[in-house]
Structures are given as structure tokens and as C-alpha cells.
Write a protein that binds this ligand. Structure first.
Ligand code: IPE
Ligand code: IPE
Ligand code: MG
Length: 243
């Protein structure tokens, strides 16, 4: 059952994005192999997602595996894929009963067949969900996504179906992996203060929040602390104060 939260959001927050970082360091601090940090990390996702959903947040993006993460040892990559499959098998019924819809952003063709199939099945089983969206970024890179969108639109121009002058920011956004609302708040755990190629187009005006907590220690209470900080931010969008 989802944790009961005594907090209400007053600021617009349609899309929250997480960089779930610090799993390896969490494990190392406990004398455990790095992969057990990833296992623990996957166990934290459902509570965070349900809390966001209960607060009325429509889209939750998670950075699960970057285009740069292929440079890790194969053994770690294999464990990450194992845990993703376990996560989907374990959590899908609860996501479906909430009416949640699962999306994958990233090129699945490079993902091993078993994991790819588990992702495709989960997407198919939740495709009619009218509730919150869980957008899992897998083999995802922000630059890769932008280049692919540019190619997609260029192809349409080449085929004669689109005028160059008709390409605007909105159309470009619709050519990304999914046409999702702009990110309002991006939270990165583990103390690192960088984007690591995450949602570069969608983060243009997001509030960025970096917390030292490692993802396996991140929970609903820590999330609420972050949301309280977000509530205090003054989002000016280049204009003068609007609060
Ligand atoms: C994030 O945790 C998970 C992935 C990148 C897949 P890390 O594995 O990067 O953990 P640290 O940053 O090494 O502690
Ligand atoms: C970003 O974390 C990617 C994911 C959380 C999936 P990394 O740990 O891979 O990023 P860097 O290497 O610190 O930039
Ligand atoms: Mg890391």
C-alpha cells in the first residue's frame, strides 16, 4: 500500500525527472558488491512513483541506463538488466491496477532480447492506462534523442511532407522519443551536480535539485523534502518575479 503523505503541492508540477545515482557507492559503503546497490535501487522505485502519482504529478521519468553506461563492465550491465526484468515482473500488476502507463525512452534494439521483450510487454500491457506515466529512460542519451528527432523531421522534409519553416519548438518536442510535458523538477541523488546527458531538450526550464542522498536511501520523506524546496523556488522563465 502507498504511504500516506501529509503534503499537498501548490505549484505546477506535471513532470518530475530523477537521476537515480549513487547505487554503487551505497553498496561499497556497506561492503557489498556494486550490483546489490542496483537491486536496492529498483526496490525504491514503486514507492516514489506512487507518492508522485498520489500528489497529482502526471509524468515521472527515471534514468535507468544511459548511452554512456555501456562502458561499464559487462557483469554490471547484466545485473542491471536482470534487476530491470525483476522490477517489471514484480511491479507491473500494481502499476496496472493504478492505471499507470509505462513508456520507454531510448533505443531498445541494443538491449538484450529478454530485457527488451519484458519492456515491450510492459508497455503493451499498460498502453491504455489513463493514469500517471512512468517514463523509463533506457539506453537513453539526450543528445542521441535530439539527433534522432532532427533526422526524423529531416526525413519528412526530404519526402515532401513537411516545410522547413513549419518546424518549431513544439513540433521538435513531438519528434522526441515521446511527446511529454517539459520537466518541471529534476532531482539527482548522490551529490553529483551534472546532467550526464539526461533529457537535454525537456530540461530547458526545469528546476534542478541535487541531493547528497544516494538513490537506495531515497524515500518518500526525502522526496517530500525536495518538493518543499521546489515549492520555495521562484520560477521566472526569463520574466520578472511572478510570485
Ligand atoms: C546509478 O548508480 C545507476 C546507473 C548509472 C545505472 P551508479 O552505478 O552510477 O552509482 P555510483 O554513482 O557509482 O555510486
Ligand atoms: C547517470 O549516472 C546515468 C544513470 C543514473 C542511469 P552515471 O553515474 O552514469 O553518470 P556519471 O558517470 O556520474 O556522469
Ligand atoms: Mg553514478
Amino acid at each position: 500500500m502507498a504511504k500516506v503523505i501529509d503534503f499537498k503541492l501548490s505549484k505546477k508540477l506535471d513532470h518530475i525527472a530523477f537521476i537515480m545515482d549513487g547505487n554503487g557507492r551505497w553498496a561499497k559503503l556497506r561492503g557489498l558488491p556494486r550490483h546489490l546497490g542496483h537491486k536496492k535501487a529498483c526496490e525504491k522505485i514503486r514507492g516514489i512513483f506512487e507518492c508522485c502519482d498520489d500528489l497529482g504529478i502526471k509524468v515521472v521519468s527515471l534514468y535507468a541506463f544511459s548511452t554512456e553506461n555501456w562502458s561499464r563492465p559487462q557483469d554490471e550491465i547484466d545485473h542491471l538488466m536482470d534487476y530491470l526484468e525483476e522490477f517489471l515482473a514484480r511491479e507491473l500488476p500494481a502499476f496496472i491496477s493504478r492505471g499507470a502507463k509505462l513508456l520507454i525512452s531510448g533505443d531498445l534494439s541494443r538491449i538484450r532480447p529478454k530485457t527488451r521483450q519484458a519492456c515491450l510487454d510492459a508497455v503493451e500491457k499498460t498502453k491504455d492506462g489513463k493514469g500517471a506515466i512512468l517514463n523509463i529512460c533506457l539506453n537513453y542519451g539526450g543528445r542521441d534523442e535530439i539527433v534522432r528527432a532532427a533526422r526524423k523531421l529531416a526525413r519528412r522534409v526530404q519526402e515532401g511532407g513537411l516545410e522547413v519553416e513549419d518546424i518549431d519548438e513544439k513540433m521538435f518536442a513531438s519528434a522526441l522519443w515521446h511527446d511529454l510535458p517539459d520537466v518541471d523538477l529534476m532531482i539527482r541523488t548522490s551529490g553529483e551536480s551534472r546532467l550526464s546527458n539526461y533529457l537535454l531538450y525537456q530540461l530547458a526550464y526545469a528546476e534542478l535539485l541535487f541531493t547528497p542522498t544516494k538513490w537506495p536511501d531515497f524515500d518518500e520523506d526525502k522526496l517530500i523534502e525536495c518538493l518543499k524546496e521546489y515549492e520555495g523556488r521562484n520560477r521566472r522563465y526569463g520574466g520578472l518575479t511572478n510570485e
